[in-house]
Design a protein around this ligand. Structure first.
Ligand code: R5P
Length: 309
């Protein structure tokens, strides 16, 4: 077993603190700064020579700053002769830019993966990735863990016996099926058309929701637009009551207010990204720190992660 060291970037200090505490180690010391002009600067303050380095940094908003800080951190460790660099990226920003919708668009998820590799990252660990193909953009080991089991544990006591699990679009059917199977509830699927980065429209519903409470699941909530549209479509189809669950609760702008105003009673998310201001008291945060600590324990001993997928 190689000596290892865990460093926390500045994106989610609370999660990093919980992970190292659960692991029973001290985080490595580093000076992480933004210069007045916005440039990122990282100085690693202890030796990483010959060690396995774990950099914990979700690339959540401000996405560009957090991506850049991760790259700078990796470069600092690589130049200081780290043995292997593992990026623990609980939320993988840019994962939604995984294909071109026209001829003149970037595939930013691929570009970010290649930048990570160029900066010296050997291995990436993430959680509930938006699409599986993003794994293939990184030319090295890539492990995607899932927060579905801990989220289902939190959901189970709040879920009515006749509830239906709903996928808000075709892309989430696989994830929704995992929830439906674990929670032993039927599945319904909405079909959505995306008009822009912030506007979507639900066009079809497959499944029976009349008179039943719905649990709408997603990988991430950004502006809340997808879920507000989903609630409206399900209400029109006669659904009675709404819970929402997503691994990554970015909850930007007034997303929580929009969801509460739309009639969402409770919103389950994890702490892959820092918590939002829950003025409406509807957000329940499930920590992924135990899951990440478990994964790190396995990795530091070169053991399989199979039990965590
Ligand atoms: C889309 O395919 C994703 O899975 C999410 O549904 C979407 O990106 C969430 O964004 P928003 O909350 O802004 O609708």
């Amino acid at each position: 077993m190689a000596e290892f060291i865990v460093f926390a970037g500045s994106a989610n200090p609370a999660l990093a603190a919980a992970v190292v505490q659960a692991l029973g180690v001290q985080a490595g010391t580093a000076q992480v700064e933004r210069f007045p002009d916005g440039e990122s600067s990282v100085k690693v303050l202890e030796s990483v020579r010959g060690k396995d380095v774990y950099l914990l940094q979700p690339t959540c908003p401000p996405v560009n700053d957090n991506v850049m800080e991760l790259l700078v951190f990796a470069d600092a460790c690589r130049r200081a002769a780290a043995r292997r660099i593992h990026a623990i990226v609980p939320y993988y920003g840019y994962a939604r830019s995984d294909k071109r919708h026209g001829r003149r668009e970037a595939i930013t998820a691929s570009m970010v993966a290649l930048l990570m590799r160029a900066a010296g990252i050997d291995h990436v660990v993430t959680l509930d990735l938006h699409t599986d193909q993003v794994e293939g953009f990184f030319p090295g080991p890539f492990d995607t863990l899932t927060a579905v089991p801990p989220l289902c544990e939190a959901l189970a006591p709040r879920l009515a016996a006749d509830a239906v699990v709903v996928s808000p679009d075709a892309g989430r059917v696989k994830l929704a099926t995992q929830y439906a199977t674990r929670l032993d509830r039927p599945l319904a699927v909405l079909h959505k058309r995306r008009d822009s980065g912030t506007r979507t429209e639900v066009t079809h519903l497959v499944g029976d929701v009349e008179g039943r409470p719905c649990l709408i699941i997603d990988d991430l909530i950004s502006t809340g637009g997808t879920l507000v549209e989903s609630v409206a479509a399900l209400r029109e189809a006669g659904a009675a009551g709404f819970l929402v669950c997503a691994t990554h609760g970015l909850l930007l702008r007034n997303a929580v207010d929009r969801l509460a105003d739309a009639g969402v009673e409770r919103l389950f998310v994890t702490d892959t990204v820092p918590p939002c201001d829950d003025r409406r008291g509807i957000v329940q945060v499930v920590s992924v720190a135990p899951l990440l600590a478990h994964a790190l324990r396995q990795l530091t001993q070169d053991r399989s992660l199979q039990e965590l997928f």
